[in-house]
Design a protein around this ligand. Sequence first.
Ligand SMILES: C[S@@+](CC[C@H](N)C(=O)[O-])C[C@H]1O[C@@H](n2cnc3c(N)ncnc32)[C@H](O)[C@@H]1O
Length: 206
Amino acid sequence: MREFIYYSENARTSGNFDVNNLMKAGRLDIACQIIIMGFFVSHHMRDDVKLHMIFNGPPNSPVHIEMFPGENKQFADIKGQIDISKKDIAGLIKKMLYKVKKGERKEVAPGYSVEKKNFVNLVEEMINDGKKIYILDRKGKDIRNLEDDEIENSVFIIGDQDGIPKSELKKLKKLGVEKISVGKQMYFASQTMTIIQNEMDRREFE
Ligand SMILES: C[S@@+](CC[C@H](N)C(=O)[O-])C[C@H]1O[C@@H](n2cnc3c(N)ncnc32)[C@H](O)[C@@H]1O
């Protein structure tokens, strides 16, 4: 399985935003692009991807959204037939944010859940589950120099337009999370997602 965490310091944490003005909602437009690049390829959806999103903006941070459409038992019937637009995805985020409740993990639909959890706690839990975690960073180790078994079934953290705040990076460093790079160019978050997916596709991970 391919697993990603998208971190956004300013993404809105309540459903009361305008789907026609996602930039104003703490750049939820970028979160939507990440979802598209995470799950969609031409003519079908990826069923082996789990995406976590940490939103840290107002008014109810932190929020952890988890999306694993491949877990949905009806997935086999719907994949290949979905005509999804960015606006549909914003509507899904909106619906999920309206369900956030303190102390509860809410399943909004099979494979889609939401809860109040912070970034470092999520990463710590994954490490305790034995997962290898990498932060995507231009100055990290080149992903092409990593062996297949070093990145297979790993978790990749991608920052938003402002990157990961220094305070969070310090905590991740203490947890032993390493930086990896997809090249010297600074890419959009969603482009970084596509490049990792391509790298994994070419290594033929299923
Ligand atoms: C638009 S960039 C963030 C730019 C931000 N000003 C910064 O300095 O981090 C969005 C995210 O994409 C990822 N990214 C962009 N270019 C990358 C590269 N060449 N290698 C690895 N990750 C990259 C990083 O995770 C980054 O946080």
